[in-house]
Ligand binder design. Sequence first.
Ligand SMILES: [Zn+2]
Length: 339
Amino acid sequence: MQEKLKAILDQAVAQINESQEIERLNEIRVSVLGKKGELTSVLKSMKEVAPEDRPKVGQMVNEARTQLEELLEEKRVAFAKKLREEQIKKETIDVTLPAKKPAMGHRHPNTIALEEIETIFTGMGYEVVEGPEVEYDYYNFEALNIPANHPAKDEQDTFYINSNIVLRTQTSSVQVHEMEKGKLPIRMIAPGRVFRSDEVDATHSPSFHQVEGLVIDKNITFADLKGTLAEFAKQLFGEDTKVKFRPHHFPFTEPSAEMDVSCFKCGGKGCRFCKGSGWIEILGCGMVHPHVLEMSGIDPNEYVGFAFGVGLERVALLKYEIDDMRLLYENDERFLRQF
Ligand SMILES: [Zn+2]
């Protein structure tokens, strides 16, 4: 019996020492120490052992079991450690691998156009000022010399929050806020989102963007206005761009004009892009109405100024030859990536 026990023990120790992985250790454990294992079967055959030898054999079996269990555990820990070291090795970060770039969007044509406009005007000493999109009726209309019965105030054109508050229909309201501060002279542009209750089509949207400009100082004349906007047009559309002014009417300027630029596609000869005229309408402008100055607390006998407003979408559509305004609002990356 002792020899049998020793043989089992020796074989098991040899197997454990030869084993290469945790799974093999489990197999050995089952085959030796399991319910139907070799060591267990020795205990079961104890009745064949002489009664006086039984305690000794029992003790030997237990010692063999303990020895095997300790050896198995020792091996298991060693395997686990080795496995972990291999894993860590595999997971080592290779800093020379190219990085995965996050998906980047693309600057919107409106943003590109706005940055260009801002660069031109800040280069001429203008400040960029922003104001609220939800505005009092007073700042959006009244302070800009737009009387209560003016068609622009119709609910068909304007989104009313209540009778006193509107979604601004123009960024000109920002001018009033600046004038009220009383810090003169003023040289500013006010870019921002405006709202009109228009149906969506290729040239209209209930929400679009304007860039409003305002200069107030002493001895400002219409020549300053023309010179400034001619320079703006040249920087925006090219050195050869010519401008012309057509008389117009705006409530907040007097005199008022609309400015056309010579077609940058055909140079003024006339083409499909300018509908044969050689000119493209680009913005509205004029000398600030004395009444507007007065309402904001500026003495019109001392100060004069000019103002202009350009549609940001109009500039983006022209510059990038986009024929449908709706494309600007779809945010389709395939579209945006072209600019
Ligand atoms: Zn043309």
